[in-house]
Design a binder for this molecule. Structure first.
Ligand code: SF4
Length: 509
């Protein structure tokens, strides 16, 4: 048997994708290597032939004329929905058996069902053997429902099949699920609130493989890495020991945490010591009433600014998510957020409209209140679309206000100021300037992106020059500054693409 496993292209650029490289003719790249396809590949029977495609790196033809595989397996998130379904239809038209699974199929099975011969919902580990046995026998059911498996039974992903040269970061998932209950979150609907964990030895084995494939940075693809303190300390100790044993070519890690990390100095020190020096945090909003209403209580225990300062002072860089459109947000929220963001030491904040993903408590409440708007299924993935009718402003006000906010906070001058503020906060008072300027390592690919970006105009050129000049005096923060500049290129690419995608042409309630 032959199987072609596909991670489809994203339908539009986002804060977290790396489409800018392909858009600027620098080759296909992805920010984080794909775990779904490589994990699925690990379950394929050994006598099968596997082809694995990540379209972020190697796009498939829009109209494939032929396909060698007997089975095409497609996975994906809501941000890949259109491409996923289009590919499925085309491979079915070629007579191939199409299996669709992953988070979007699990959360919106009714949308995917008409496009799949075999629909897989939920997590794969406990049902893979039965699924592949049925596929091999040529008699699969039309639906397989996964479970919430013990992750200690999850296999080593097949990184040997993956185009690793096209990914900025490798990926390891050390846990699934999150015990919090933010009302807009579909992660907990898909993966549950009981967090499940891999053993540190299992994670170290995955780390070894990624290291052999050339990765030196790894995304720990957890929903909330630090929420269980004892287990986080155990995992960090294993990562620290591994790095100590590989001091000549260590790994650096990034992950997702909740902001309460800032109240635990020991844990922040353990993160830094392990090489975990970059985190994404769902800041969501500075409107406390909105945080309370969304059930995001973990963000209420200290001021956001103090929390960010504490994390940065430990030498841990932060990127964050901001949501606009909660019921307590009036039209003044845009100016309030702009003020907060301009003062912030966090260059990259993924600002987007509140959406109500199907299956969430927010979706149920707004449906009951008649406040779900007519929107594409992908409104949950686009930063500039939404399926809600806000309470204290019109949908048009929300989306237009959001566009203005992004133009403001992502002007080159504003972004350059945030990089400077970041450098002041990063590492705390102990972080000294170098005695003499140090060269900033710039791989050719990043040099290409920055060259193209500097061609946008004098303001962009000045931002890059000032950022790189400041980084020469701060060797401890050079990687973060270079990365912030590269992320800026992606964000500008996303914002200009969003102009053509913006739903402002669509009637807004
Ligand atoms: S903290 Fe994050 S992962 Fe956990 S419920 Fe809230 S939004 Fe979801």
């Amino acid at each position: 048997m032959r199987i072609h496993i596909i991670n489809p292209a994203a339908d539009f650029p986002s804060y977290h994708t790396a489409d800018v490289f392909a858009a600027w003719d620098l080759g296909g790249r992805t920010t984080v290597a794909d775990l779904s396809t490589t994990t699925l590949a690990a379950f394929v029977p050994p006598n099968w032939h596997i082809r694995l495609t990540d379209e972020a790196i190697t796009p498939l033809p829009d109209h494939p004329a032929a396909e060698d595989a007997d089975i095409v397996a497609i996975t994906g998130k809501v941000s890949q929905r259109n491409r996923m379904l289009r590919l499925a239809d085309r491979y079915r038209a070629l007579g191939r058996r199409v299996v669709i699974g992953g988070s979007y199929a699990s959360l919106s099975p009714e949308d995917v069902r008409p496009h799949a011969d075999v629909l897989v919902t939920g997590e794969i580990e406990d049902i893979a053997a039965e699924l592949f046995a049925d596929l091999a026998a040529g008699k699969p059911r039309d639906h397989y429902q996964g479970t919430r498996p013990d992750l200690r039974r999850s296999p080593l992903p097949r990184w040997d099949l993956y185009p690793n040269q096209g990914a900025n970061l490798g990926a390891i998932q050390t846990s699934r699920g999150c015990p919090f209950q933010c009302d807009f979150c579909d992660v907990i609907q898909y993966l549950g609130r009981k967090q499940r964990h891999k053993d540190p030895d299992q994670v170290v084995a995955e780390l070894e493989v990624l290291h052999r494939h050339g990765y030196r940075r790894v995304f720990l693809a957890d929903d909330n890495f630090t929420v269980y303190r004892n287990r986080a300390h155990d995992m960090l100790a294993a990562l620290r020991r591994w790095n100590e044993a590989h001091a000549d070519a260590p790994m650096r890690f990034m992950t997702q945490v909740s902001i309460d990390l800032a109240r635990d100095a020991d844990l922040m020190a353990a993160c830094k010591a392990a090489g975990l020096d970059s985190v994404f945090i769902g800041i969501e909003t500075i409107n406390e009433e909105s945080l309370r209403q969304a059930g995001k209580r973990q963000n209420l225990y200290q001021s956001t600014s103090d929390a960010l300062a504490a994390i940065l002072s430990h030498g841990i860089a932060v990127s964050g998510g901001i949501i606009v459109g909660f019921d307590a947000d009036g039209p003044d929220i845009f100016d309030r957020l702009a003020g907060f963001i301009h003062e912030s030491p966090v260059p990259v904040l993924s600002v987007g409209a509140l959406v109500a993903p199907p299956g969430t408590p927010l979706h149920d409440r707004l449906a009951a209140e008649g406040r779900l708007a007519d929107a594409s299924p992908q409104s949950a993935a686009s930063p500039f679309d939404t399926n809600i009718r806000p309470a204290r402003m019109s949908r048009r006000q929300l989306l237009d206000g959001l566009a203005r906010l992004c133009d403001d906070i992502y002007s080159p001058a504003a972004y350059g100021r945030r990089i400077a503020t970041f450098l002041t906060a990063y590492g705390g008072p102990a972080a000294g300037r170098a005695a003499a300027p140090q060269p900033v390592p710039l791989p050719p690919l990043l040099r290409g992106v920055l060259k193209r970006l500097s061609g946008f105009g004098p303001a962009e050129k000045r931002m890059i020059l000032e950022g790189l000049t400041a980084a020469r005096w701060r060797p401890d923060a050079q990687l973060e500054v270079v990365e912030a500049l590269a992320r800026y290129a992606q964000i500008r690419h996303m914002l200009s693409s969003a102009r053509s995608l913006t739903p402002s042409a669509r009637p807004a309630g």
